[in-house]
Ligand binder design. Structure first.
Ligand code: F6P
Length: 363
């Protein structure tokens, strides 16, 4: 018999489609299979610090499977191991993680399911090190968490980006233009690569393969020679040229990863306009990739993750992240996941397939 009677679930970091589906699966599994009490922690680690908890029941988690966002809200700024305070006009950082441990104890919470990406799961690992019973669930549209085949949210983001490419195709063809689509993904090119293949891009630029803009231009000029006076270029926000750096949009203080990337799409469009001699326009897809209804694939994956996370806790297996490995539900130590992000291998099958069908990576 497990000692666990009451669990908490938290969503933290950037939101992504499928968060509510995980919450729902956790609650349903916890209540129907194990007769547990469940609470939600509001607004990520901030809610853990302020003991901002809400009861989760089958009633208040009903009808949320298809909803984007998170009913628990999220925050990507509150690292309780390095929490900012204003003192004498200066920001000082303190470790307030014990406040959270006390809040859990005072509220009779025996274990936590923490749904998040690298930053969020780093704190989950640190709580596991402190002896808190924790299981992580891999969330991010970027698909950059180690070991798991897929994070939930990625499939939806790729679907949205692919549809955007379809729409750019018709306007590109009508105006004989180069259309550049900048997609998210942080330091990994998974969204650009998958959406570029699905959408039939002519060039895909990703962080893992630094591009030479002249080579991309050559590819588009070749298309012109063959009578195609329009082209589609998909650029990951973290893409960089062989001689340049990633383009930083802004720096967010107090975020586990303060760098926000953005702007490379516009840069690439301007350079290609000049080199190819065709008008170019850039579209930045932005947070549209993170909003709205999750795909069926993500709803199923989120549900599998939510069920598996509760099963792990009840089996007494803590400090782990549920993971999809060769399409089987499994788990791996959080220690092996953190700081070990999964990037696109330039020699992987996806890149080979793209190259085989003539997509340029500018290399
Ligand atoms: O990690 C998810 C993600 O959407 C990245 O793709 C993107 O770089 C970043 O978060 C944007 O963060 P924010 O929502 O703080 O602008």
């Amino acid at each position: 018999m497990s000692e666990i009677k009451k669990i908490a679930v938290m969503t933290a970091g950037g939101d992504c489609p499928g968060l509510n589906a995980v919450i729902r699966a956790v609650v349903k599994t916890a209540i129907t299979k194990y007769n547990l009490e469940v609470v939600g922690i509001k607004s990520g680690y901030k809610g853990l610090y302020h003991a901002d908890f809400m009861p989760l029941t089958e009633e208040n988690t009903s009808g949320i499977l298809h909803l984007g966002g998170t009913i628990l809200h999220s925050s990507n700024k509150d690292n309780l191991f390095k929490y900012p305070f204003e003192e004498n006009g200066k920001t000082v950082y303190k470790d307030v993680s014990d406040v959270a441990v006390k809040n859990l104890k005072d509220n009779g919470i025996d274990a936590m399911v923490i749904i998040g990406g690298d930053g969020t799961l780093t704190s989950a690992r640190d709580y596991a090190r402190k002896g808190v019973k924790v299981v992580g669930v891999p969330k991010t549209i970027d698909n950059d968490l180690a070991i798991t085949d897929y994070t939930f949210g990625f499939d939806t983001a790729v679907g949205i980006a692919s549809e955007a490419i379809d729409r750019l195709h018709t306007t590109a063809a009508s105006h004989d233009r180069i259309m550049v689509l900048e997609v998210m993904g942080r330091y990994a090119g998974w969204i650009a690569l998958a959406a570029g293949i699905a959408g039939g891009a002519d060039a895909i630029l990703i962080p893992e393969i630094p591009y030479d803009i002249n080579k991309v231009a050559e590819k588009l000029k070749e298309r012109r020679k063959k009578g195609k006076d329009f082209s589609i270029v998909v650029v990951a926000e973290g893409a960089k040229s062989v001689t340049g750096e990633m383009v930083v949009l802004k720096v967010i203080e107090n975020s586990p990863d303060p760098i926000r990337l953005g702007g490379v799409g516009q840069k690439v469009a301007e350079e290609l306009e000049e080199l190819v001699g065709l008008e170019a326009r850039a579209t930045t897809l932005g947070h549209i990739q993170r909003g709205g209804t999750p795909s069926s694939y993500d709803r199923i994956l989120s549900t599998r993750y939510g069920c598996a996370a509760v099963d792990l806790l009840m089996d007494g297996i803590y400090g782990q992240m549920v993971a999809l490995i060769n399409n089987k539900m499994s788990y791996v130590p959080l220690e092996d996941v953190i700081g070990n992000n999964k990037n696109v291998d330039p020699s992987c099958e996806f890149v080979k397939v793209a190259k085989n069908i003539g997509i340029s990576f500018g290399d």
